[in-house]
Design a protein around this ligand. Structure first.
Ligand SMILES: N[C@@H](CCC(=O)N[C@@H](CS)C(=O)NCC(=O)O)C(=O)O
Length: 212
């Protein structure tokens, strides 16, 4: 197994936090996105979508969606369980995770990729040139604000994003907040106290305290 990654970018960071929480260390190679290494033919031969993470299995299969990579690792290494421990818990983790991806991660991505100078003809990942839409950047930032308010309300009723147990959904939410801090320069408002409490709780976990 080998993981192609770039630790500073949100999607690979999700997988790396998942691995750290599992206590797994698998061989990895950094693909420097800033240097454009993901656009080179050598990496296109591994992942034609030109994105990281990419997990190449021993039989040559390549998984490129964080949810699929994490699910595979969960099946192969079930402990500690990060997708819940019952059918209902698993459904809640997947439900919340999808909600965070759609309303949080995607909103930040729209905000970042549609206004960053470095992304001027790369508003979407992949091999095609895609122009920026400034209005989409604005809407992404607005949508992220709504996401934070909604997440804060949800966290008023539970310790973690998908209930009383730490899960993949917490990793996705944490990475979304990190991405927003540098990607659209939006930090967590002091007024969102449940979110602040959750954030302190996660920051004390060893996997979250270090960067690798
Ligand atoms: N479908 C994957 C896409 C992964 C993705 O977009 N990765 C970004 C880094 S976070 C990337 O490789 N970007 C390359 C680029 O900007 O061209 C996901 O939803 O996570």
């Amino acid at each position: 197994m080998k993981l192609y990654t770039y630790p500073d970018a949100p999607s690979p960071r999700r997988v790396q936090l998942f691995l750290a929480e599992k206590g797994l260390d698998i061989p990895r190679q950094t693909i420097d996105l800033r240097a454009g290494e993901h656009l080179r033919p050598e990496f296109a031969a591994i992942n034609p979508a030109l994105t990281v993470p990419a997990l190449v299995l021993d039989d040559g299969t390549c998984l490129v969606e964080p949810i699929a990579i994490c699910d595979y690792l969960e099946q192969v290494h079930p402990e500690p369980a990060l997708f819940g421990r019952s059918p209902l818990e698993r459904a809640m983790v997947l439900e919340r995770n999808h909600w965070i991806e759609t309303n949080g991660l995607l909103a930040v991505m729209e905000g970042f990729r549609n206004r960053s100078k470095a992304m001027s003809d790369r508003a979407l990942t992949g091999p095609r040139r895609v122009s920026q839409i400034p209005e989409l950047a604005e809407r992404g930032v607005q949508r992220y604000g709504w996401f934070l308010e909604d997440l804060d309300r949800r966290l008023a009723d539970s310790d973690y994003v998908a209930g009383d147990r730490f899960s993949l959904a917490d990793i996705t939410a944490w990475v979304t907040l990190e991405f927003a801090a540098w990607g659209i320069r939006t930090n967590l408002p002091e007024t969102l106290t449940s979110l602040q409490r959750w954030h302190r709780q996660l920051a004390s976990r060893p996997a979250f305290a270090r960067r690798d």
